[in-house]
Structures are given as structure tokens and as C-alpha cells.
Design a protein around this ligand. Structure first.
Ligand code: SF4
Length: 981
């Protein structure tokens, strides 16, 4: 066994605690720099997903104060309200204390505390039986955790294809559209060039995607006078400081973007030189309807893409240096009728359907605004281009004396993503960026290493055979499909996965479809499972659509047959740090630690913390001792893995390879020399990237403030998709297999392959019932269509769009149990435009029913000006179930706060054939949260004052101490100071 790293073994000189560096101000007597701690320990925040570095001040062994780490690359010392309120998260009365075993009916909250050994034995016995018979009967799904490279590997070694994290119900459209178009996307994949951008477009972003980094960036833009345009149905947060707010109608962003493309093409304001160098704009597409390769690229005998060489008058290698390719005109090349990609896209987007006049009313944006924004984009891109005096060499060996930039940056996240037309909308946005020549150039959008990746990344989803007994999968369950042959379907076209990801229903479901797991498992469609194993996913409340229905499914039993009286989802294991709404529905509860009590790894193998100027990663480590019988989930998972004798987790003698997660972080190698952390590798800790493990790696990270970062050379910082110096570096680091250019895919051949299958070509074809849907939505060029729900229901009866956003000061369901954050918002309101309210006879503070075709929920109205008049919206995850999270019975969160999820269905209304598809994007399976349509009506007088629906009050697990009526945190702090004199 290796020696254990004790809690608090911060071998680095600890940061100097904040101390009395000046006397209290004489005038007001306020001491602005009081002594607050004995010691400072540096780790990574987890109050949202941004991964800021924090300095945790410890006094008397307790957390006293949290501030931003000034050296940390993510936040540079900035801390937000959530981050500093992490203290209340850590000391939350809702923290679970010990493993729990259900002893009463599921949902009743009857548990008995058990020892870890019993808990792990129960889980091991059950999981071993599943693995030895049919591993896919384990469905393992996690929420917004940051250890997906571990959890995915665990699922792979277990042998179940039924694994995914939260991406499918968050922003997979954004991620997948980016990875299938430019090899990267926003947030963890890339960022605006905050220092050089002159024009910034922010599409559909709530304040958490992402948080501090965007705030810092917006501050830089404001300081330099760059124009910020926010496109969002609701003017909240970031939109409030924008120079222009465009209150687009939900689900029509793609139409607006393509109208901008229309205008730019019409004006000839696209960067043709950039297109030819870095995209497939000039590549020839075979245009022979009926042929099996119609719509695919023309290639030579060695598989090279071909373009039409204008000088030579023949087809030539599209990547050849010095080629002068045709971008328009139909030709016959190598005996085939062909047309360049750019010709096809110009034909489409110059068409009347995308003219400002055609889209204005649908988008709710005046024609003049669309034209003006297009003109502003053209002006900044082409009249205000910038040139950095930095010489660089491209992949083909061509030297460039400068780096040219078109200083327009964009950022988008869930707002445009969480629609059933989100994939094509997100691809449209990347198309706009690329046409303007703004991707990875000075002033534009910039990739964060390890991105860009090959388009799409090379790993395919594993589990085509459904998983074999006692056998690992060949690779990770999640990956990137490029053709129908890659789908996870059986011979009868039935989905292999419980969530139906990678089936004909959602072929490019790169992050899985967590929102469908419970509904499918309950219905036994496509099959029944044995165990649902979830981590950090509040699926019995704010992470599920149709929450009341989901609760019913979790507790539903067979009424007849052999299994009469048994639950339809036989066994549920759940790991959470808190008494969330989902705990009551678990059979076995594995209590997790808080983020200040455990090791974590924010890895380049997952979603790292790097920035565009250099890769980086980070850790968490225990900065305080655990005071309850809880264990870090990741260590528990490794323990379970070794008990199950999973390959890679036990040695030849069957003994655990990893002592715990900390040991795994340091010792594990995904491939030779590539481990979870890239920094301080090699025996002396001086190497990084691909190198031998360093047993003292965690100490080195701790000494460095909890992170590692490598600064790129000046000539590696831009044009990463084609920059020789960067590509060579990426290969050395293991980011890329070869130093080859990454060619942006304006036209997507993988999508066309699905189209061809729908037209009856190829070995794997969709069933007749799916062919039309595949043909329609697997268009190789982005297009816009109306979101499914509004197209399938009587939109006049449900005349309003309804959205949720997360507030700046809360994240998922974590925040609204936090004593300090609750003081900011303890009740969410339904925000509504004044004119809309007047039409509906509603006034400020009125109680109203918000009703969809699925269900209704009741909340209190707040009138505002900054919202699209056809839209109402509210903060997500404020409303809590009565009794959960140790909130008092009279908590506003459960008495008046409401959860819009009750009105959202996980299934679409029946189509003409009666079939009900999931409420998802047809390409990626992304949950279409924001397609919701509602009508709002005033409540009767007797119905006011409280939210509905209400559910039976949840009972806390045994031995949970009652929550204090008043937080006395400050009082104990005063006592500590007094003791210090
Ligand atoms: S932005 Fe997120 S990670 Fe950063 S300090 Fe705030 S809560 Fe923590």
C-alpha cells in the first residue's frame, strides 16, 4: 500500500492569512481587514461548474472565509457570491451523515443507517450479479460532476453501455455542433478573445455558463468600449450590461443567424481567403441524385478530398498549398457531376427564406435591426481587422509574417441549445463565425487546448453488442458517430442503450440522454433494467422533466404477474452529499463529501481549466477534515470497482490497484505517459504532458495553488487548427494523434451519410418509419425549422413560450438550500412583459396558473420590461419540495417557489402516426427544455398565496440534526477572534 496523504498535508508554505494590516478606520469604526484565519489552503471552487481557484481560510480547523485565488488562471482572484457562500454549503444542515438503506416504501423516507461495509457489500453483490449476466441492466448516470473521465472509464470496465453524465439535458447541441463543425465549442472548449475583440455577440446565455470568466471578460470589453450585443428572450444578468439587447422569440435564434448569413453573403462580406485555407468551402460535393455517394465529397484514389483547380481546369487535392480553387460553379470532375460546398451554401442562404423580411416576424426582430447587425459585423470584420506582428508557420510550411484577426467574438450556451432545433442552430452560429473568418484569430473566438480536436473526435461509442457478461467494453460508452454503421442498435433496429442514445431516434447523442432514463426504464422500453445508479443528479425534482410523473415512475410497482408488488425500477443506488429530493427514492444511499473534503481532478481528459493561451488543469484536495461518516464518491467508485474485480482496478492478485481517488489521480495512465493530470509529471515533477507518473504530483499541485498551466509560445496562440507549432505541441501532449490540419466542416459529410441511408443506400438503413425524419434533420448544411412542440400543439391555445434560467447567485439545486444565498432569492417569480400582463388581466404579485399540455404549476407574477412579450420565464431550481434539504416547513422555497419542470413533458405529443418521440433534438437527443409552450391565467382568490402542485412532506433520514432556526456562524467566528485577543 502506498502512504496516505493526510488531510491538510499542504506541504507548501501556506498563504499568509488575512491579518490586521491596518487599524480600524477611525471615522466609522469598521475594520475592513480583520484577522480571519490561522491558515489558508488553496483548492478549486465547486459552487458552480466554472472551477475558480479559491483561498480557503481555516480557523480552529473550520472554514472561516473563502476568497478568490489571485494567481489562478480561471478567476484571477475574482470570487462570486456563490463561491464565497461555499461555507454555508459545507456546513449545510442538509449534509448526509451515513450510508442509508431503505426499510419502508420507496419515497416514504424510511431508512436505517448502515455501515459502509454493509453498503458496499449490498452494492457489490447486486452489481456483480448484473455484470455476470447482462451488464447493460446497470444504468449508471451522473449529474454535473467533474469526474467523467473516471466515471466513463468505470462504466467501460464494468461493461455497460448505459452511461452518461448531464450533457444530454444541458448543452450537448452546443458541444456536438461545435465538435462536428469546428472541432471545439464554447466554454470549456474555447473562449472569446477578451483582450482584442471589438464586437461581442452573446446568444442565450444565463449567468452560469460560464460565470466569473465571462464577468471578467465582459469587464475587459466594457473597459475597451467594445460593443456587446445580447440575444436572449429575457434581458437578465449579462444582457443588462449589453449595449444592445435583442429579445428574440425562443427557438428562432437559428433563423436570425441565418438571416445575418444571408445579408453577409449578399454584400460579399465573407472571408474567402480564410474559407479556402481552413474550411471545406471549396471541396467538391458529388451531385448525382440517386447515386449511393450523392452528396458525399469527391475524393481521389488515395482518399484525398478534391477541389476544382481554376488554373489547371481540373480536380486537385483540396489541401494542396497554393491551390486556386473554385468556390462556385457546377463542374464535371473525374467523370462526376460536382459542386463546391460554398456554392451550395450560397444557394441556400441567399434564398428568400432567409431574407430579413421573411424571418423578422417569426424572430420578433425588426428587418432594420437584422440588416444593421449584419452591417456592423461586416464593418468590424473587414474595416477594423487587426494584425498582430507575430510570425507563424502553417501546417503546410507556409510562413506568415503576421497574425490577422477579424475582431468579432461570440459566445452561446444552453439558451440556443436546449431546443429541438438546437443542433442546427448551433451549427448555424459556427457557420456565421467561420464565414466571417473569426475562429481562432486575434479578436475572435479562440480554442482552449486540448481543442481543436479532429472533426469529429475519433472515438466511437462502445457497446454495439450490448455488453457481454464479465467483459469490459472496447472503449468508452460515449463517442462520436460518423455513419449509420456506428449506431448502437440491434438487428431489429432497436436501441441498445436504455436512453436510446445513438439509435435512429438520436443518432449523434454524444452525451447520452439522461432525461429519458427513468421513463424508458419504467416502461421497459427498449428493455427493463435491474439497477439505476445515479450520482449528483436530482432526478426526482429539478433535473427531470414531468417531475410528478417521474416520482410516480420511481415508486411504481408491477400489479400483476411474477413480479407483482416489485418496483418497476427494481433497485436504485444514489450518491449525493445532501438530503436532496432524490434521496427518498433510493434503496441504497452512499453519502458523498462536500467539495472541501475530497480530492478531485479537473482533467485535460475531461473538461479542463485551460485558456486559449495555454492548457491547464486543477485539483481539489481536502482542506478540512470530514466530521461525518461519508466518503468521496470517486473513491467509493474505485472501491466498488476493486470489489467487482474490474480490469484496471485490481492487479493480477485481485488486489486494489488504487488506494483511493487521490492515488488514482496520481498513478493512473489512460495511455502510456498520459494521466489524469498533465502537470508536474515525471519522477522529478519537472515534466508535463506525456511523461511518467510522479508520486508527489498532488503535493506539487497544492504547492502551486491547486493548478497547473502551461503558457503557449506567441506563435502558437492563434490559428491552432492549422498552426504547425501548435499542432506539433498538441501531438507531443497527446491532444492529437497527428500534426494534421483540422478543416472546419461547413458541410457535414457524416450527416449526409445518414441522409443517404434514409434514401436506401448503405448497409445500415433506418426503418421506414424513421426514414423521413432522418432525411429531414440530417441535412449536411445547417437550416432552421420550428421547434417540435410548437409545431405539434395548438400554439394559439398555449400562446406563450416559457423558459427557465439560473440566477447568477445559484447553481442547479445546490444554491437554494444555502443559508446565505437563500437570503438573495427564496422565491422565484414568473417574469412577464407588462403588455402581456395587461392583455391577460394580471398585475404585479398576482398568483397565476402556468399551464402546458402536460400539466400546470402555480406561481406569483412579476412584471418586467426586459422580456420578449411572447415569453414568460423564471429562475430554475429555487422551488423545492417541502421537507427536503432540511428546509423548515414554512420555507418560501417550498411554499411559494415553484418548479416549471412540472409543466414540461419528456415526450412530445403524438405525431400523425401516433408515435411519441422524446422531447429532444432529433440529431443529438438534447433535452428540449426551452420548447415549452404555456398559457397563463389568473388564479381564483382562494388559490392564491401558495404554490401547486404540492407533494407529501419529505421526512429527513434518521439522526439528521434539526436545522437551526438562525445561522450562528458569525457568532462562533467572533468567539474565535476574542480568544485571539
Ligand atoms: S464562478 Fe463558480 S466556480 Fe467561480 S467562484 Fe463563483 S461559484 Fe465558484
Amino acid at each position: 500500500m502506498k502512504p496516505k496523504i493526510p488531510v491538510g498535508a499542504n506541504t507548501a508554505p501556506t498563504q499568509r492569512p488575512l491579518a490586521d494590516t491596518r487599524a480600524p478606520a477611525e471615522g466609522d469604526g469598521v475594520d475592513t481587514s480583520p484577522l480571519v484565519s490561522d491558515e489558508v489552503r488553496q483548492t478549486t471552487c465547486y459552487m458552480c461548474a466554472c472551477r475558480c481557484g479559491i483561498d480557503v481560510h481555516i480557523a480552529d480547523g473550520k472554514v472561516r472565509y473563502i476568497q478568490g485565488n489571485k494567481r489562478h488562471p480561471v478567476n484571477r482572484g475574482v470570487i462570486c457570491g456563490k463561491g464565497s457562500a461555499g461555507i454555508m454549503q459545507h456546513y449545510s444542515p442538509a449534509r448526509l451523515r451515513k450510508p442509508l438503506l431503505r426499510v419502508g416504501e420507496r419515497g416514504a423516507g424510511d431508512f436505517r443507517e448502515i455501515e459502509w461495509e454493509e453498503a458496499l457489500s449490498i452494492a457489490t453483490e447486486r452489481l456483480a450479479r448484473i455484470r455476470a449476466t447482462d451488464p447493460k441492466r446497470l444504468a449508471f448516470f451522473t449529474g454535473r460532476d467533474q469526474s467523467q473521465s473516471l466515471t466513463g472509464w468505470w462504466a467501460q470496465q464494468f461493461g455497460t453501455p448505459n452511461f452518461a453524465a448531464h450533457g444530454g439535458f444541458c448543452s450537448v447541441n452546443m458541444a456536438a455542433a461545435g465538435l462536428y463543425t469546428i472541432g471545439g465549442s464554447f466554454w470549456e472548449f474555447g473562449e472569446p478573445d477578451w483582450d482584442l475583440a471589438k464586437y461581442f455577440m452573446l446568444f442565450g446565455v444565463a449567468e452560469d455558463h460560464d460565470s466569473n470568466p465571462i464577468k471578467i471578460g465582459l469587464g475587459k470589453l466594457k473597459a475597451r468600449g467594445a460593443k456587446i450585443v445580447a440575444i436572449n428572450p429575457a434581458r437578465s444578468g449579462y444582457g443588462a450590461i449589453a449595449d444592445e439587447w435583442i429579445g428574440v422569440r425562443p427557438g428562432t435564434d437559428g433563423l436570425f443567424i441565418l438571416a445575418l448569413v444571408h445579408e453577409l453573403l449578399k454584400a460579399g462580406k465573407v472571408d474567402l481567403d480564410y474559407l479556402v485555407r481552413y474550411t471545406n468551402a471549396h471541396v467538391l460535393v458529388i451531385e448525382e441524385p440517386g447515386a449511393p455517394d450523392d452528396g458525399l465529397f469527391l475524393r481521389d484514389g488515395e482518399g484525398r478530398l478534391l477541389a476544382w483547380d481554376k488554373g489547371a481546369g481540373r480536380a486537385a487535392d483540396a489541401l494542396a498549398a497554393g491551390l486556386n480553387p473554385a468556390l462556385s460553379g457546377r463542374v464535371v470532375a473525374n467523370g462526376r457531376k460536382c459542386v463546391p460546398v460554398f456554392h451550395l451554401l450560397a444557394e441556400r442562404y441567399l434564398g428568400d427564406a432567409y431574407s430579413p423580411e421573411a424571418v423578422a416576424e417569426t424572430c420578433g426582430i425588426p428587418v432594420s435591426t437584422i440588416r444593421r447587425i449584419a452591417a456592423e459585423l461586416a464593418h468590424v470584420a473587414f474595416e477594423e481587422a487587426i494584425e498582430l506582428p507575430v510570425a507563424w508557420t502553417d501546417w503546410a510550411g507556409r510562413r506568415h509574417e503576421t497574425m490577422r484577426g477579424r475582431p468579432i467574438a461570440m459566445h452561446a450556451m444552453r439558451g440556443i441549445s436546449a431546443h429541438s432545433n438546437g443542433f442546427h442552430t448551433c451549427r448555424s452560429l459556427h457557420l456565421l463565425q467561420v464565414l466571417l473568418g473569426t475562429v481562432d484569430v486575434p479578436g475572435g473566438f479562440r480554442f482552449k487546448p486540448p481543442f481543436p480536436k479532429p472533426i469529429p473526435p475519433g472515438n466511437k461509442p462502445a457497446g454495439k453488442d450490448g455488453g457481454k457478461a464479465n467483459t469490459p467494453l472496447s472503449c468508452s460508452p460515449l463517442g462520436f458517430v460518423t455513419a449509420p454503421e456506428d449506431l448502437l442498435i440491434d438487428a431489429a433496429d432497436a436501441p441498445i442503450r436504455i436512453d436510446k442514445a445513438y439509435s435512429w431516434e438520436a443518432p449523434l447523442a454524444a452525451h447520452g440522454m439522461m432525461h429519458m432514463v427513468i421513463a424508458n426504464a419504467w416502461r421497459g422500453d427498449p428493455y427493463t433494467i435491474d439497477t439505476l445508479f445515479m450520482y449528483m443528479a436530482n432526478m426526482a425534482w429539478n433535473s427531470s422533466m414531468n417531475t410528478a410523473g417521474t416520482i410516480a415512475m420511481l415508486t411504481d410497482k408491477h400489479e400483476t404477474g411474477e413480479r407483482k408488488g416489485e418496483y418497476k425500477i427494481p433497485f436504485i443506488i444514489y450518491s449525493d452529499a445532501y438530503f436532496s429530493e432524490t434521496v427518498a427514492y433510493a434503496d441504497l444511499v452512499l453519502p458523498d463529501t462536500t467539495y472541501l473534503e475530497r480530492h478531485d481532478c479537473i482533467s485535460l481528459l475531461d473538461r479542463p481549466i485551460g485558456d486559449a493561451d495555454g492548457p491547464g488543469d486543477a485539483i481539489r484536495h481536502p482542506v478540512v477534515e470530514r466530521d461525518r461518516d461519508v466518503r468521496p464518491f470517486q473513491s467509493v467508485l474505485l472501491d466498488l470497482g476493486s470489489r467487482l474485480k474490474l480490469p484496471g482496478m485490481v492487479d493480477e492478485a485481485g488486489q486494489p490497484i488504487y488506494r483511493d481517488y487521490a492515488d488514482y489521480i496520481v498513478s493512473h495512465e489512460r495511455s502510456p505517459g498520459i494521466g489524469p493530470l498533465a502537470g508536474f509529471r515525471g519522477e522529478d515533477g519537472k515534466a508535463f504532458g506525456r511523461s511518467a507518473p510522479n508520486p508527489k504530483q498532488l503535493e506539487r499541485y497544492i504547492a502551486n495553488g491547486g493548478f497547473w498551466r502551461h503558457e503557449l509560445d506567441d506563435d502558437q496562440r492563434y490559428y491552432k487548427m492549422a498552426n504547425r507549432a501548435y499542432l506539433d505541441f498538441a501531438v507531443e501532449m497527446g491532444f492529437l494523434a497527428k500534426p494534421e490540419p483540422i478543416v472546419f466542416q461547413l458541410y457535414s459529410e457524416p450527416l449526409q451519410r445518414f441522409r443517404l441511408a434514409a434514401r436506401g443506400h448503405g448497409a445500415v438503413q433506418p426503418p421506414k418509419s424513421e426514414a423521413k425524419r432522418i432525411e429531414t434533420y440530417f441535412d449536411p448544411l445547417p437550416f432552421w425549422y420550428a421547434p417540435f412542440e410548437e409545431a405539434l400543439i395548438d400554439a394559439s391555445a398555449f400562446d406563450l413560450h416559457a423558459l427557465t434560467q439560473r440566477p447568477m447567485h445559484m447553481y442547479h439545486s445546490w444554491g437554494s438550500q444555502n443559508a446565505w444565498l437563500r437570503q438573495i432569492t427564496s422565491q422565484n417569480r414568473l417574469f412577464m412583459h407588462r403588455e402581456t400582463a395587461a392583455r391577460l388581466g394580471l398585475q404585479d404579485d398576482d398568483w397565476a396558473w402556468i399551464e402546458s399540455p402536460t400539466g400546470r404549476v402555480k406561481g406569483q407574477v412579476r412584471l418586467v420590461d426586459g422580456v420578449n412579450p411572447q415569453t414568460v420565464w423564471t429562475w430554475n431550481a429555487i422551488g423545492k419540495r417541502r421537507g427536503a434539504w432540511m428546509l423548515k416547513d414554512d420555507a418560501r422555497e417550498s411554499g411559494k417557489g415553484f418548479l416549471l419542470n412540472h409543466a414540461i413533458s419528456e415526450f412530445l405529443p403524438p405525431d400523425a402516426s401516433g408515435r411519441r418521440y422524446s422531447n429532444s433534438d432529433p440529431v443529438t437527443g438534447q433535452a428540449a427544455w426551452f420548447d415549452l409552450r404555456v398559457r397563463v391565467t389568473k388564479c381564483a382568490a382562494a388559490e392564491t398565496g401558495f404554490t401547486e402542485p404540492q407533494f407529501p412532506t419529505l421526512r429527513p433520514p434518521p439522526h439528521m440534526p434539526p436545522a437551526p432556526a438562525v445561522s450562528t456562524f458569525g457568532e462562533s467566528f467572533r468567539r474565535w477572534r476574542e480568544a485571539r485577543g
